[in-house]
Structure formats: C-alpha cells, structure tokens
Ligand binder design. Structure first.
Ligand code: B12
Ligand code: SF4
Length: 616
C-alpha cells in the first residue's frame, strides 16, 4: 500500500472565545471521487489529511513513508504549502508532490519540488494522475477540464471530516456545501474556482440532503458556506434548496449560512431571502455603483429598481440585508465613489454595507499585464488584509496583492474614498447620524451627498475625529508603502473598519453636534438643538438606560416638521452593555447588526419603526 497525504490548511477563525476551523472540503471531494475505484483503494491508503497549519517540522517528522502528497492551494495558504512541500520532498525525495486549487498557475512548474499540477476542477484529473502514478509515468500538468456530470460522490461520505472532528475536540467547524458549479458571468477580478463564464451544472438534491443530514448530526459545524456563485438563479430549485438549508439552522447547530446571491432578479428570491433569514441577512455584492467601472470589470448587477424591491421586502420581513463593494476597481473615480455611496442612501439602503480593498488574484483577467497597463493598476503585496495572515498555528506569512491606485484613482483619493465609506458606515449605518441626515434630506432638501461631504469636512476639522481618521489614513499609507502595519491595535482587530466601532460610539455625542452643525451650515438656520435632541434619543446611552419621554419639533415617523411626544425604551441594561463593551470591536459590531444600540421609540399612538429601507 502506498501512503497518500492531503493538505488543505486553513486559517483558524472565530469570535467570542470560540476557535473555528474549516473542514477541508476540496481535498475531500477529490478523495471521495478516486476512492470509489478498486485500483485506487487496493493500492493507496489515505494516511492523513491536514486542515490546519501545523508546524512543518512536526508534520514532516511524523510522516509515514509518503508516496503522494497533494496540496490544495489558495491565496491564504500558498506559502505554507510551498514550504511544507519543499520540506517533505527534501526528506522523502521519492514521493510525488501534486498541487491543485485556485491559486495554482502554470508558473508553479518552476518549483523543483513540485512534480505535477492540476488546473481547474480536480476529481477526474486527480483520478487520471493516480492512474498514471500507478503505472509509473505522470504528466507535469493535468490541464483544464470542465466536469459536466456532477454525479460525484460526496465529500461527506469519506471519513475525512469525522476523523478531523475527533482529532480536534476543542474546535468548532465551518464547512462548505455546493448545489451547483459554474457561473454565467465573467467578472474580471474573480477566479471562482476557474469555472466562471460557463454553464451552470447542477448537483443532485439527494446528495445535498445527505450532506445536510451529516451536518445536522455532526453537532459541531456552526457555519456553512454555500459555494454556489449565484444562489437563487435556479428559481424553484433554489427555493427548494433554501427550505432544505433552513433545517440546518432550525434542527442543527448551524448558526449561520453564508451565501452569494444571484445578480439577476426573480420573484423566488423574496421567499428564499425570507426562509433563510440569516444574521448577516441577504448580501448582495454590488462591487461598484459606477457604470463605467461595471462595464470595465464585465459585471452585471441587479438593477436598482429590482434591488429596491428586494430590500424593502427584506425590511418588511425583518431580514437583515447588506451590500458589498470593492474599492480600487478600474475607472472608479473619487467622484463616482462618493456619488455611489451616497446614492445608496438616497435610494433607501441605510443599513449595512461593506467595503473591501481590491485583491488581484492570479488566473484573473484583472491581474493580467494588459489590464494592469490599461488601467494604471499599482499594487502592494500585504499579509495584513483579507485575513490571509493572522491566527495560524504555523507562522508563515501569506500575502494578498491589493490595488493601491489606478489611473483614475490616485492613492490619496483612494484613501479619501475608503475613509468616506468608513464615515458613512460608522455614523449613518450605525444610526448615530441616521435621524439627522434623514431629516435633513426630507425636510431641508439637503442631499445625502452634500450632508456627508459637509460632515466629512467638519470631522477633519475636529481634533478628536481628525486624529482618528488620520490614524487610519496613515495605516493605509503605511500598508501601501511597505505592505506592513506596525501598530499592534490593528493586528488585534484585523480589519480597518473594526477600529472605528468603539471610537464612534464613544464619541457619539460630539458626532450628533457635528451632524447638526452640518445641517445648519448647509441650510442656514439654527436647528441644532432640536436635531441633537431627537438624534441622541434614538441611540442607547448608559446615562439614560431607563425609559424616558421627550418632545420634539420633528415627527420622525414621517420625517416631517410636526411637534410630537415620544416615549423611549432601551433594548439593553447597563450590565449587559458593560459586558459587551469589554469584548473586541468585532463583537461590539454585532450589537449594531442586532440593532441593540437603537432605542425603541413610540409616540402616543404607535411604535415608530424607523424604516431603514424605503422604496421611494
Ligand atoms: C468557501 C469559500 C471561502 C470561505 C472559506 C475559506 C477557507 N478558509 O476555507 C470564506 C468565506 C472564509 C472565504 C474567504 C475568502 N475567500 Co473564499 N471562497 C470560498 C468559495 C465560495 C468556495 C470554495 C470551495 O469549497 N469550492 C468548491 C470546491 C469543490 O472547489 P475548489 O476549492 O476550487 O476545489 C476544486 C479544484 O480547485 C481542485 N482542487 C482544489 N484543491 C485541490 C488539491 C489537489 C491536490 C488537486 C489535485 C485538486 C484540487 O479540485 C477541487 C474539486 O473540483 C470559493 C469560490 C468557489 N465557489 O470555489 C471562494 C474563493 C476560494 N475565495 C477566494 C478568496 C479570494 C477569498 C478571500 C481572500 C476574499 C477576501 N477578499 O477577503 C477570503 C480569505 C479567506 C481566508 N483567509 O481564509 C478566492 C480564492 C482565489 C485564490 N486564488 O485563492 C475564491 C476562488 C473566490 C474568488 N473570489 O475568486 N472563502
Ligand atoms: S458573478 Fe460572482 S462568481 Fe460569477 S464571475 Fe462575477 S464575482 Fe465571480
């Protein structure tokens, strides 16, 4: 028997004291496929699978005569895999090293310790390689091949996952499910398992049911990522799947299912979103609101009207929704970014959005030399972003390549855009300037763009806020120049936006004042005290944690001028708040997601539900 080892080392993640690891889905897929063949099981034995980054020396020293070692390689484990492979080859020169996964390019043939690489989906090609290995003559490259018939054995039918769960009882686990493969779009920044711009092939629902049942009975899988690129695109079928997935939350330990939704609208999406109702809700990746950029990256989005329909439905159903954007894409300008961000508010999306700096992934059109030249793309390799680096057991640095400027967005302006998004996320989406800006828009005809640009100006003039914003600015300058950040605070939080959650809450009273001042500056009338009163009562404050009443010249139900009396109830008590305050900023952020920092406000007749999405 020849011993096989498979590596799909992932970063450990987790929050609130729990450590979570990812089950190595990709290598389990390829092993499930090959192990159905007698010639493989008669000759090869899967000795061990590694899903975490264990110390290289310990792993190499404890290996038992490896004959094949396979590495599943992504941007977050490339350097670890290369170092591990080199060390294994050195000690066991007769073993065959094979690399696969999205990060692998033809360039990998340059590594002497790698015997062969597989591009694209791996099940059939891995079998071809194993057959060749058995007969003694392997190829250097097993080239791209699309699998049309996805009647493949389930990754969950192997014992790989059970063995890992037993080996690491201290961990909870995240896992992956697939219901189809392929994506009809071809966004130039994406490398969705090398199956973009291609037909969608379905996976049988019986297989999915088997996997869902496995997850439910496992009791330790708390997070599921659906690998589908466009969930909802297959209408009735995806609605059926949504019901099946929902049972993992209702009858199992899964707290969260991470899903990428379709970019084309259909009415089934309404029910899908309602049924799934996940903590981060209904996430739509928009990437940009600038049409030139969308054309340049070949991106199709839900049109605005359909998006608004969906968001207002999600709002009615109390389903959280979120939009994601990428900063640094071709043809984005400072003006188009500011316009895009504030249009979002104008269109009624006040709740949550997330902004990522743009990664350049190997195997993508955006990363090609032609596209770099055409759009003047400059980049930095950094371990600090996209959580490619931290919290590994083996400290080997991984890098992601981040765009730091383009020919339409010089670096300083790119940083301005990033900070402008931070300002909106941390003042508007958290609620601290939501009431003020909404009243300004509805009553005083001040657009969100004017309001937030004025607020931005005032924040940079304010001693406390400018210090904070310039601190983030300098971190970005530092990261773009050197790839590294020295400040341990950043390393602890791991994300730029997390740095601001506690800061903005701590300084919310000053923020209320500055927001009201922005309205006064733009409108020319003295309305500051009234605005500050109504805005501040909207947000939980330790000093006012009991119920109280107040009167305002504003009716914040309809956002009109109309003297109204309100009763305020807070959703938290002081003790609960103090406990949560002690947690990291990432966890504090969850208070916003749960809307716990927004008070319940009622007038004489009804609860004021401050509709965060309006379809007007
Ligand atoms: C689940 C997932 C995640 C999860 C889990 C990540 C993890 N640690 O495991 C989460 C949500 C955390 C995540 C985050 C990120 N992700 Co992600 N994610 C995925 C997703 C949706 C599914 C992966 C999957 O299981 N696919 C299904 C399996 C079957 O496909 P596969 O992995 O490609 O494997 C097949 C082949 O590649 C091949 N193969 C794979 N390994 C091997 C090994 C051998 C030996 C052989 C022979 C063959 C082989 O055979 C397999 C079966 O056909 C993919 C997109 C996609 N649909 O693939 C993106 C993807 C993997 N993510 C990607 C990226 C960029 C990220 C982020 C960096 C995004 C960001 N900007 O922050 C972060 C960083 C994460 C981190 N630090 O861990 C990229 C990776 C590109 C790259 N070159 O590495 C992908 C491809 C999406 C994209 N945008 O293009 N991600
Ligand atoms: S729609 Fe999503 S998966 Fe498809 S190419 Fe675009 S980013 Fe990639």
């Amino acid at each position: 028997m020849k011993n096989v080892y498979l590596f799909q080392p992932q970063n450990l993640t987790g929050h609130e004291g729990m450590v979570q690891a990812w089950l190595p889905y990709s290598v389990a897929c390829i092993w499930a496929y090959v192990s159905q063949f007698k010639e493989i099981t008669d000759n090869y034995n899967l000795e061990k699978v590694y899903a975490t980054k264990e110390p290289i020396k310990t792993v190499v020293d404890t290996m038992n005569d490896p004959k094949i070692v396979g590495f599943s390689t992504f941007v977050w484990n490339q350097n670890y895999n290369l170092k591990m492979a080199e060390a294994i080859k050195k000690k066991y020169p007769n073993c065959t090293i094979i690399f696969g996964g999205p990060q692998v390019t033809y360039d990998y043939v340059k590594y002497k310790f790698i015997d062969t690489i597989i591009e694209s989906e791996g099940e059939h090609l891995f079998k071809e390689f194993m057959d060749d290995h058995l007969s003694g003559s392997i190829k250097k490259i097993y080239s791209k091949q699309r699998i049309k018939d996805l009647a493949l054995p389930s990754a969950y039918s192997t014992t790989i996952f059970d063995d890992l769960i037993a080996e690491y009882p201290e961990l909870t686990w995240a896992t992956t499910l697939e219901t189809n493969r392929g994506c009809p779009y071809h966004c130039t920044f994406c490398d969705w398992g090398s199956v973009t711009n291609s037909k969608i092939y379905k996976i049988a629902l019986e297989k999915l049911q088997f996997e869902i049942d496995w997850i439910k009975q496992s009791r330790v899988v708390t997070l599921v990522n659906l690998a589908d690129a466009n969930f909802g695109i297959l209408k009735e079928r995806d609605l059926e799947i949504a019901k099946m997935l929902r049972t993992m939350v209702d009858d199992g330990p899964v707290g969260f299912i991470d899903i990428s939704y379709t970019k084309s609208y259909n009415t089934y999406l309404h029910d899908i979103v309602r049924i799934l109702d996940q903590p981060t809700g209904f996430t739509v990746s928009f990437q940009s609101n600038n049409q030139d950029t969308l054309d340049a990256i070949k991106r199709k989005n839900l049109n605005e009207k359909d998006l608004m329909k969906l968001l207002s439905y999600a709002e009615d159903q109390h389903v959280t929704h979120e939009q994601e954007y990428i900063l640094g894409l071709p043809l984005e300008t400072k003006d188009s970014w500011y316009e895009g961000m504030t249009n979002l508010l104008q269109h009624g999306q006040h709740k949550v959005f997330d902004v990522f700096l743009c990664s350049l992934l190997p195997n993508t059109e955006l990363a090609s030399p032609e596209s770099r030249a055409k759009y003047g793309i400059q980049s930095t390799f950094t371990p600090e972003l996209n959580s490619v680096g931290p919290r590994n057991r083996e400290d080997i640095t991984e890098y992601s390549e981040i765009i730091n400027q383009t020919n339409t967005l010089p670096q300083k302006e790119l940083i301005d855009c990033f900070l402008f998004s931070i300002i909106i996320m941390h003042s508007h989406c958290t609620g601290y300037t939501f009431v003020t800006s909404r009243l300004a828009e509805k009553i005083y005809n001040i657009s969100y763009k004017d309001f937030y640009q004025e607020l931005e100006r005032l924040l940079y003039q304010d001693e406390t806020f400018s210090k904070h914003l310039n601190y983030i600015r300098n971190l970005l300058v530092e990261i773009f120049a050197t790839g590294m950040i020295k400040d341990p605070n950043f390393k602890e939080e791991g994300r730029f936006d997390y740095l601001s959650y506690k800061f903005f809450y701590k300084n919310k009273n000053r923020l209320y004042q500055l927001a009201a001042e922005a309205v006064e500056n733009l409108y020319g009338l003295d309305v500051k005290d009234d605005l500050v009163k109504v805005q501040s009562n909207y947000i939980f404050d330790m000093s006012k944690s009991d119920d109280f009443e107040f009167e305002s010249i504003y009716n914040i139900d309809d956002f009109v001028l109309n003297k109204t009396k309100y009763k305020v109830e807070t959703k938290m008590n002081k003790m609960e708040f103090m406990q949560l305050w002690k947690l990291g900023s990432g966890d504090f952020h969850r208070l916003h997601q749960k809307k716990k920092l927004v008070n319940n406000i009622t007038n004489n007749t009804k609860t004021i539900k401050l509709t965060l999405v309006n379809a007007n």
